[in-house]
Write a new protein. Structure first.
Length: 330
């Protein structure tokens, strides 16, 4: 990891940050994973929490799902690889939310509580050039970075939260043992594209909200809706120490000139929307991330951006944004 020398940690107590936007394709996962990689390289203990049913954050961290089967490849390989047998007792974030049904006598079942620890996996990055190779030997560990494994079943999360008394506190309750034990310095929550009870639970748990947008119209509109949602959550949970705040906005897929400044004349309406966003939110806009093919390449290779190409301009953009948010030092 040659970028280690360029990024240093910021001394701080634990922080919980959530990456949100109601619209899909707004660079939430890309931004969360990029910050996770930079912070881990800087020496912070980082937990990336994948709440999106697409499980893209889990894939970046080395855990790809079997299509339509409902489990990642590592479970399928566990019987043949002794090093993976322990994973058979691991679960995903959906079981952490909903509990796990187990036999309880003839024709009966009971539901067991699943702590967050059972869904935590050490992040990995791909070292094998064969993208179809999912064996343990195809990956190497990412120091200081863990992932709460996502689940395709999280599409049903709202229904599960609705069944629970005080369901809006489920994420905060599950994170509390980890926070009390000082297990991580930084908790980064990759959220699904929805404004519902699931997102409300995230805002209850995460005091720091990062709005992720691209210059598209629907993404900008969704950010405004999310801002109103934060105010609603503060009112609903008044008296419960719930104060989500929009501390940063990251704009992805921006056209930039060679000198790194935003090209205001390319993209027409999109460029105008970026300017309007800066005018409306001012210093809350913490980063303009250039459009770069390396983002997709790193995703395909199952590796964080800063590992894939640490000296690239897009990594420099993310590093500057992480510095601006106080995640890493300059």
């Amino acid at each position: 990891m040659s970028s280690l020398a360029k990024t240093t940690a910021v001394a701080n107590t634990h922080r919980v940050m959530a990456f949100i936007n109601q619209a899909g394709g707004s660079c939430k996962t890309t931004t969360a994973a990029a910050f996770a990689g930079l912070a881990a390289e800087a020496g912070l203990r980082v937990l990336l929490i994948d709440l999106d049913s697409q499980c893209n954050a889990s894939k970046i961290c080395g855990y790809e799902w079997l299509p339509g089967v409902g489990r990642p490849y590592l479970y399928d390989l566990a019987e043949d690889h002794p090093d993976l047998k322990a994973n058979l007792d691991r679960r995903t974030v959906f079981e952490v939310l909903a509990g796990e049904k187990v036999p309880d006598g003839p024709g009966k079942q009971k539901k067991l509580d699943v702590p967050m620890e059972r869904a935590i996996f050490p992040a990995r990055y791909r070292v094998s050039p064969d993208l179809n190779d999912h064996s343990p030997e195809a990956f190497a560990p990412v120091p200081n970075l863990d992932i709460v494994l996502g689940s395709e079943l999280m599409a049903d999360a709202v229904e599960e939260i609705a069944k629970q008394e005080m369901g809006g506190f489920w994420l905060r309750r599950k994170l509390k043992p980890l926070i009390d034990a000082n297990q991580y310095d930084l908790y980064l929550v990759d959220c699904p594209a929805a404004l519902d009870r699931g997102l409300s639970a995230v805002m209850v748990a995460a005091p720091e909200i990062i709005g992720c947008v691209t210059p598209g119209g629907k993404e900008m509109e969704a950010l405004v809706k999310a801002s109103f949602s934060m105010e609603a959550v503060r009112n609903i949970y008044d008296g419960h120490d719930v104060f989500p705040e929009l501390v940063g906005i990251i704009v992805g897929r921006v056209h930039k000139k060679k000198d790194g400044t935003v090209n205001r004349f390319k993209g027409g309406a999109a460029a105008k929307r970026v300017s309007d966003l800066e005018e409306a939110y001012g210093s809350v806009v913490k980063g303009m991330i250039r459009e770069d093919v390396r983002v997709g390449e790193a995703y395909d290779q199952q590796i964080t951006l800063s590992q894939y190409d640490p000296t690239s301009e897009v990594v420099a953009d993310y590093r500057a944004a992480a510095v601006s948010l106080g995640i890493v030092a300059a």
